[in-house]
Write a protein that binds this ligand. Sequence first.
Ligand SMILES: *Cc1c(COP(=O)(O)O)cnc(C)c1O
Length: 373
Amino acid sequence: MSDAFREAVIDLDAVTANVRRLRQLVGTPHAMAVVKANAYGHGALECARAALAGGADWLGVAEIAEALQLRASGIDAPVLAWLHDPDADFAEAVESGIDLGISSLAQLEAAAAAGTPERPAFVQLKLETGLSRNGIPASVWEIAVARARELEETGALVVRGLFSHLSNASPEDDRAAIAVFTRGVEQAEEAGLRPQVRHIAASAAALSLPESRFDLVRLGLAIYGLSPFGPESASELGLRPAMTLRGQVAAVRRVPAGTGVSYDYTYRTSAETTLVLVPIGYAEGIPRHASGRGPVWIGGERYRIAGRVAMDQFVVDVGDAEVAVGDEVVLFGDPATGVPGADDWAAAADTISYEIVTRLGGRLRRSFRGGAA
Ligand SMILES: *Cc1c(COP(=O)(O)O)cnc(C)c1O
């Protein structure tokens, strides 16, 4: 089977250029490239290297296992992991020099237990400031920062950072959370902690709320060339989508008017027409919710899916256009080239571009262009 039958092509030079551009825009001393969830479906190792090449000096992931994978591939840049299962192996993380996001007193003690004066645990205290996910609640900050300082003095750990995460509910909500975070930073400093990095902004706040930037911004979606504010803003910001999702036409048939298409016949042809089969389905992460709506580019024209998305495939009604088996089909890529964007798919499926790119999988191949490789 040819690679092009169904593949996500990742332009690593776009990731590098996006990071470079974002560093210019935000101007913080440090920038973390967030490569969790296989770099939002773009390939964690390749994107981590591309982001470092563009000037990111930190990497961020959710789980320790994701961080260990980066280490196993020889990536030695600072990495922060912030979401731990109850039995997480902090010893291996400490051994590998991975920074641990700490969201409870229990995690603080577990990190200290895994550290030694020769190899202290690097921790970053996550302060809950209003998102109501994880993070140390404000009621416990005083105890937590005092205990962290005590543990620093034993040599078991080093508090390298303090951080939190914003709701993006509104600028006012985010400013309120930043004020709460600032109080937490002050408490930590009064307790004698000297964190190298204080951070609260992900892509949205980093781009829109300068007072959220502190020492470091955690950039996820934007490094992949997508904007949390929608498609126009990505190009206005000078960001280029890194992923192109494409495939090859698997079958073509000429049918009469009134032909039912795909399961449940939610689409019927209105005239004699040509139906084209695209071999990518919900097993690959195409939202079934985009049935009848998802945009597709074939031979320079844009169409919509005809009828239901199935597990392995969907159908497009191309009218009288000349389309042949093997022709290229682009589901989304860089809208500047005339193809639909991930944002168009997000609109078609009532979701956000984050979900469109991250959920891709199944039998899709990932191939990479550009980069050092
Ligand atoms: C996923 C995540 C990010 C990155 O968010 P984007 O909106 O993609 O930039 C940053 N910080 C935390 C804690 C996250 O979970």
